[in-house]
Design a protein around this ligand. Structure first.
Ligand SMILES: Cc1cc2nc3c(=O)[nH]c(=O)nc-3n(C[C@H](O)[C@H](O)[C@H](O)COP(=O)(O)O)c2cc1C
Length: 267
């Protein structure tokens, strides 16, 4: 099993997305998968110009005008030689990372968009290059906000992507409260958010499952995606207006304590 993780964080290898990708791949690697990470922030990705030259018969047919000007061809080659692709993206203003979007838009130039088909889920679409876009995918989404609405459009995006591209969605991992979690770097955070340890173990378990069975079980997804705010019934309470103020107060206190504990000692 060859797993390619595409990290679309603007923070590159310094961000929470990479931290979570590494947890996932630690589990997958230990279970025998061959793993690779592509960090889009370190790559040159030109945008699709919608010039449609790739769609015209002749010498440019299915050849993007950007092909030799950036790193996309190389990334597509890595996608083609993988069995499963993890798309790791932070929530950026309620959407996926533009780095990932620019990469996915370039798939347009790899297939004849005039050749219509009906996908297994009954959607009318066009052909795609199965070598590049036909692999099972995992969505790994992280954000700072705690509302269910924050990652909702991204979850839907990957569900729809999988339906149109006719690929299994092998798992959806959503990690909220990233800032509270200290972007994973600060060990002390586990003191204030004890569930973080369980969450990160679940990420490793998710990786093992990907390597051994090709998908992440619902139970592991639930553990990885659980709320980390140490408040009883938090998932229910956070939807309830009278509790929002209480939750904010609680979150502020936790964050202040966490900041204080990680501040350099000035004595
Ligand atoms: C431009 C930008 C927009 C963001 N928009 C949101 C947002 O809409 N909702 C949210 O919860 N977090 C938002 N965030 C926070 C990131 O999603 C969050 O910090 C994430 O963990 C970053 O991952 P990274 O460390 O891998 O970059 C935004 C961050 C940036 C830089």
């Amino acid at each position: 099993m060859k797993i390619l993780a595409i990290n679309a964080s603007y923070r590159g290898d310094q961000g929470y997305t990479r931290f979570l990708v590494d947890k996932l791949l630690a589990g997958a690697g230990a279970a025998g998968a061959e793993c690779e990470v592509v960090t889009l922030a370190h790559k040159k990705i030109n945008r699709c110009l919608a010039c449609d030259k790739c769609q015209q018969s002749g010498k440019n047919y299915l050849i993007c005008v950007q092909r030799d000007k950036d790193d996309v061809q190389d990334i597509f080659r890595k996608m083609a030689s993988s069995d499963l692709i993890i798309f790791g993206t932070p929530v950026y203003v309620v959407g996926i990372s533009v780095l990932l979007k620019m990469l996915l838009d370039r798939q347009y130039g790899t297939a004849d968009c005039g050749k219509l088909i009906i996908s297994k889920s009954g959607l009318i679409f066009h052909e795609s290059d199965r070598k590049i876009s036909g692999k099972p995918i995992v969505a790994l989404i992280c954000c700072d906000n705690i509302e269910d609405e924050t990652p909702r459009s991204l979850i839907q995006y990957f569900k729809d992507y999988a339906k149109f591209l006719d690929v299994p969605l092998a798992g959806v991992l959503v990690r909220n409260a990233g800032r509270a979690a200290g972007h994973g770097k600060d060990k002390m955070r586990e003191q204030f958010f004890p569930k973080l340890a369980q969450v990160y173990k679940a990420f490793e378990q998710a990786g093992r499952e990907l390597a051994t069975q090709g998908y992440i079980s619902k139970a592991t997804q639930r553990k990885a995606n659980q709320e980390i705010v140490p408040m009883k019934n938090f998932k229910r309470l956070k939807k309830t207006m009278p509790y929002k103020e209480q939750i904010l107060q609680h979150a502020r206190t936790q964050m202040i304590l966490a900041e204080a504990s990680s501040a350099p000692d000035k004595t």
